[in-house]
Design a protein around this ligand. Structure first.
Ligand code: FPP
Length: 249
């Protein structure tokens, strides 16, 4: 059987892939294990997908690791997740550097526990000159929160007189988002069979192709990623135009 990797068109790969990593809890439950077991095994999938993306030459990979809504989970699970972020980021730092991968993070980072923030900032600083791929972690992130912060920033600039309301444009909005300087994801993948955006990159996903995989995140491997990219390549991206216009352009 031909592998999805061989079927991929290397000339039309997305520059930016965003992933909602879902299904850790159900994966653990299916093995009668506690939810945290699923998160620990989810790290393997993070490693595989990062490696596969770097091998393909994807420029940006954004992973939804923790939403602002996730604080509502049991305290034990939240504490374990924060510890897992610290240990994973610290353990993988040398691999990131070896593979020339830059780590970035988006979200309300200042509200993370101090040791999580310190490990994150250390890895961000240590990898800042790497330029093969950017691995962007959405941590304590929510799309509505990001848009609210952007709105506050515009309001402040208007009240200080540095921005005229007539001059508000898509550019002035984009420059105030946490992803400023990063192209919008062309492909958004959500695992575990759920068909929702869950407050992820609400502005940036406007034209993204949404691909849903039934695989639970801890089982997501390189071949699954290739299949999702293949699905993206089979779709026609029209950006509001007609099918004829797209074929001609
Ligand atoms: C969603 O599955 C998963 C999370 C909220 C946590 C994701 C975190 C990891 C995979 C660890 C990765 C670490 C780094 C450093 C990026 P769920 O718990 O919502 O699953 P369920 O829907 O089956 O309950």
């Amino acid at each position: 059987m031909e592998l999805a990797l061989d079927l991929l068109d290397k000339n039309t790969l997305p520059r930016h892939i965003a992933i909602i990593m879902d299904g850790n809890g159900r994966w653990a439950k299916s093995q009668s294990m506690p939810r945290v077991f699923g998160h620990r095994n989810g790290v393997k999938a993070v490693r595989e997908v990062t490696e596969a993306s770097a091998e393909l030459g994807i420029e940006y990979l954004t992973l939804y690791a923790f939403s602002k809504e996730n604080w509502k989970r049991p305290r034990k699970e939240v504490n374990m997740l924060m510890k897992l972020f610290v240990s994973t980021v610290s353990k993988e730092l040398s691999t990131l550097n070896k593979n020339n991968i830059r780590l970035k993070a988006i979200g309300d980072l200042e509200s993370l526990p101090p040791d999580t923030l310190a490990a994150l900032n250390n890895a961000i600083e240590s990898t800042k000159d790497n330029d093969h791929m950017t691995l962007n972690l959405a941590l304590n992130y929510s799309g509505r929160w990001e848009l609210t912060e952007m709105t506050k920033s515009i309001a402040k600039d208007i009240s200080s007189g540095s921005l005229n309301p007539e001059d508000i444009s898509e550019e002035s909005i984009v420059s105030r988002l946490l992803t400023s300087g990063t192209p919008d994801p062309e492909l958004m993948i959500r695992t575990s069979g759920e068909h929702r955006i869950s407050n992820f990159l609400l502005w940036q996903l406007s034209y993204a192709e949404l691909v849903f995989s039934d695989i639970l995140w801890p089982d997501f491997r390189k071949e699954e990623l290739y299949k999702c990219i293949l699905e993206y390549q089979r779709r026609e991206r029209r950006f509001g135009m007609t099918s004829d216009q797209v074929v001609k352009s």
